[in-house]
Design a protein around this ligand. Structure first.
Ligand code: NAI
Ligand code: MG
Length: 501
C-alpha cells in the first residue's frame, strides 16, 4: 500500500453534510425601487385609470417592495391602442436592419445591467441569485441577441414565403422566469416587426418594470412595447381585446384552456406554453453520479417552479437502490434559504398560494401511501420555504405522479424494460419535456423517437438555448418558442401553408 493510500485511510473525507458555509449575501443596494409604479404605455408612465394598486412582496421575507398598478379594461385598451399606433405609424415599416439595431441594443444593455436585474429578480421572485445571475440574465440577453440576428434575414429564414408581421401581440407570462419569459416573448415578436402589450405575472412584475427603463435607454420608439401589470383579470382583458392579433401565453393548463375557448372562432393567432410532468428516465448503464446531478438540476432548480421540470424519476429496477441512496445523500448537501445568498441552492417558494399548493399535494402523496424523504434542513422562519422532497413507492395513479406540483418535489417510479419506460413516461396528459440517461447512443435515439415530449434531453437536463425550439405536446400546449420556429407564430405568410404546426 502506498503512503498516499494509507493517509487516505487514516483521514476519510468528511461527509458532505458536515460542510458549512459562511453567509455570502449579494448586496441589494444596486437596485433602486420606486414606491409605486404606473403602467408603461406609449413610452410613458401612466397612472392606472382603474385607480387600483396592490403590493408586491419579497417571498423570502414577506416584506412589501412596491405598489403595483392593477390595470383594468380601460388601461388595457390604452395600451393596445398605443401598440396599434406604433405598429401603423412606423415600426412595421422601418427597415429590418433598424429593428435589429434596437434588439442588439436591448441585449447589450441587459448584459451591462445584469447584476441589477439579477438581484431584483431574486428579491421579487425568490429564486437563488446564483441562478438569476448565471441562467436567467445570460439567457435573456442571448434571446435578444439571437433574434436581433434574424430581424433582417426573415426573407432567408422563410424563403419564397414573403413573411410579414402579424400586428399587435398580447403576451401573458408567468412568475417562474419573469425576465426570461419576457425575453422569449418580446424578442421574436419585435424581430418579426410586431408591437407588443405584455402582462407580467402579478407576483413578479418588478423586472418587467425595470425593463421599461432599458427600452428608454435603447430609444425604442414609444408604443412598440407596452407593459401592463395586474392579475388574471388584466390578462383576460388583453385576451378578449378586439384589436389584438395574436396571443402568446405561458402559464397553467387551466388558464390556457380558457384562453383557447375565448379565442375560438376569432381568427386571432394563439400559442400556448403550459404545464408539464416530465419523466427523467435513468437506465442501468447510465453514469450514476452524473445522473444524480441531472436529477437534482431537473427538479430542484428554481425550487421546481419549472414547466419542464423532471418531476417523475423513472429508474431501471436493477439500479434503484444505489441510485436512490446517492440521491438522498446528495439532497443533504442542498442549501435552502436566502435567495440573495450566493451559496443558496434552493430559494423561496414564489408565493403563499404556491406554497399551499405544494403542501396540499405532498400531503396527498403521504395519504395515498408514498414514502416521503426530506433531508434535515432548517428553513427560515419568515417567508415561504419548502424542503427538497423525494417520494418513493409511488404508483402511477397517485396525484403526485399525475399532477404538476411546481415545487421541489420528486416522485420516483421504476421500470424494467425500455418499452415499459416509454409507456410510463408517456402516461401523462402533458408532453413538454423528458430526460434519458444511458451510455448507449442508439438507445437515446430509440427513446427520443418514442417519447411524446417537445424536448428530450440526453444525459443532461434543463439546458436552454435560444437557437433550440421549445414547446409541448398534448396538454402542454402548442407552438414553439426559440429558434426559427419561434418566429413563425409572429408572422403571416402569403398563400403558403405554415410548417411545424
Ligand atoms: P396562471 O396560469 O394563473 O398564471 C399565469 C399568467 O396568466 C399570469 O400572468 C396570470 O396573471 C395570467 N392569468 C391568470 N388568469 C388569466 C386569465 N383568465 N386570462 C388571462 N391571463 C390570466 O398560473 P398560477 O395560478 O400562477 O399557477 C397555478 C399553477 O399553474 C402552478 O402551480 C403551476 O402548476 C402552473 N404554472 C405553470 C407555468 C408554466 O410555466 N408552465 C407557469 C405558472 C404556473
Ligand atoms: Mg391562476
Amino acid at each position: 500500500m502506498s503512503e498516499l493510500d494509507r493517509t487516505h485511510e487514516r483521514a476519510p473525507a468528511p461527509a458532505p453534510s458536515d460542510w458549512t458555509y459562511a453567509p455570502a449575501p449579494e448586496g441589494r443596494d444596486i437596485v433602486t425601487l420606486d414606491e409605486r409604479y404606473g403602467l408603461f404605455v406609449g413610452g410613458e408612465w401612466l397612472e392606472p385609470r382603474s385607480g387600483e394598486h396592490y403590493a408586491t412582496i419579497s417571498p423570502a421575507t414577506e416584506e412589501p417592495l412596491a405598489e403595483i398598478a392593477q390595470a383594468g379594461a380601460e388601461d388595457v385598451d390604452l395600451a393596445v391602442q398605443a401598440a396599434r399606433d406604433a405598429f401603423e405609424n412606423g415600426w412595421s415599416a422601418i427597415s429590418p436592419s433598424e429593428r435589429s439595431k434596437y434588439l442588439f441594443r436591448i441585449a447589450r444593455i441587459l448584459q451591462e445591467r445584469s447584476r441589477e436585474f439579477a438581484v431584483l429578480e431574486s428579491l421579487n421572485g425568490g429564486k437563488p441569485i446564483r441562478e438569476s445571475r448565471d441562467v436567467d440574465l445570460p439567457l435573456a440577453a442571448a434571446h435578444f441577441f439571437y433574434y436581433a440576428g434574424w430581424a433582417d434575414k426573415l426573407e432567408y429564414a422563410f424563403p419564397n414565403r414573403r413573411p410579414r408581421p402579424v400586428g399587435v401581440a398580447g403576451q401573458i407570462i408567468p412568475w417562474n422566469f419573469p425576465l426570461l419569459m419576457l425575453a422569449w416573448k418580446i424578442a421574436p415578436a419585435l424581430a418579426a416587426g410586431n408591437t407588443v402589450v405584455l402582462k407580467p405575472a402579478e407576483t413578479t412584475p418588478l423586472s418587467a418594470l425595470l425593463f421599461c427603463d432599458v427600452l428608454r435607454q435603447a430609444e425604442l420608439p414609444p408604443g412598440v412595447v407596452n407593459i401592463v401589470t395586474g392579475d388574471g383579470r388584466t390578462g383576460a382583458e388583453l385576451v378578449k381585446h378586439e384589436d389584438v392579433d395574436k396571443i402568446a401565453f405561458t402559464g397553467s393548463t387551466e388558464v390556457g384552456k380558457a384562453i383557447q375557448r375565448e379565442l375560438a372562432g376569432t381568427g386571432k393567432k394563439l400559442t400556448l406554453e403550459l404545464g408539464g410532468k416530465a419523466a427523467n428516465v435513468i437506465f442501468d448503464d447510465a453514469a450514476l453520479d452524473q445522473a444524480v446531478e441531472g436529477i437534482v438540476n431537473g427538479i430542484y432548480f428554481n425550487q421546481g417552479h419549472v414547466c419542464c421540470a423532471g418531476s417523475r424519476l423513472l429508474v431501471q429496477e436493477s439500479i434503484y437502490e444505489p441510485l436512490v441512496a446517492k440521491l438522498k445523500r446528495r439532497l443533504a448537501t442542498l442549501r435552502v434559504g436566502d435567495p440573495l445568498d450566493k451559496n443558496t441552492d434552493v430559494g423561496a417558494i414564489n408565493s403563499r398560494m404556491q406554497l399551499e399548493k405544494i403542501q396540499e399535494l405532498v400531503a396527498s402523496g403521504e395519504e395515498e401511501g408514498a414514502e416521503i424523504y426530506q433531508p434535515p434542513c432548517r428553513l427560515p422562519e419568515k417567508g415561504y420555504f419548502f424542503a427538497p422532497t423525494v417520494f418513493t413507492n409511488v404508483a402511477q395513479s397517485y396525484r403526485i405522479a399525475q399532477e404538476e406540483i411546481f415545487g421541489p418535489v420528486l416522485s420516483v417510479l421504476t421500470f424494467r424494460t425500455p418499452d415499459e419506460a416509454v409507456e410510463k413516461a408517456n402516461n401523462t396528459a402533458y408532453g413538454l419535456s423528458a430526460g434519458v440517461w444511458t451510455e448507449k447512443g442508439s438507445r437515446i435515439l430509440w427513446m427520443a423517437q418514442r417519447l411524446r415530449a417537445g424536448v428530450v434531453w440526453a444525459n443532461t437536463y434543463n439546458r436552454f438555448d435560444p437557437t433550440a425550439p421549445f414547446g409541448g405536446y398534448k396538454e402542454s400546449g402548442f407552438g414553439r418558442e426559440g429558434g426559427l420556429h419561434g418566429l413563425e407564430p409572429y408572422l403571416d405568410f402569403d398563400g403558403a401553408e405554415t410548417f411545424g404546426g
